[in-house]
Design a binder for this molecule. Structure first.
Ligand code: FES
Length: 104
């Protein structure tokens, strides 16, 4: 199983997102009120750069900057059109102060 190091936990405070790249995969790691979630930076509608768009911390969704679909950051579920398929999510863990994402 491949794993990527994102950054130190202290460098991703609540309310922020960080995008990391590993080969052909890009992943957005969100800190939602102290909980960490990782979402593929690729919209399920038309491959838009999902994690580069706005996101709503309280509701926990990302807004695709290409056509505006809302994607649940926790589950990857498409909440609004034009996206209908889920976006891939990844397990996140903190190890010795570092945020790491497990790529399936
Ligand atoms: S590519 Fe994301 S809504 Fe179309």
């Amino acid at each position: 199983m491949a794993e990527i190091v994102v950054c130190a936990l202290e460098d991703l405070p609540p309310g922020e997102v960080r995008i990391v790249h590993a080969g052909e995969i890009s992943v957005g790691v969100y800190n939602l009120g102290g909980e960490l979630f990782a979402l593929e930076d690729r919209c399920s509608h038309d491959d838009g750069p999902l994690c580069e768009g706005d996101f709503d911390l309280d509701e926990g969704y990302a807004v695709c900057p290409r056509h505006g679909a809302r994607i649940d950051i926790r589950s990857g579920r498409a909440l609004t059109l034009p996206a209908v398929m889920p976006v891939e999510t990844f397990r996140v863990r903190v190890d010795d102060g570092l945020i790491k994402v497990e790529l399936a």
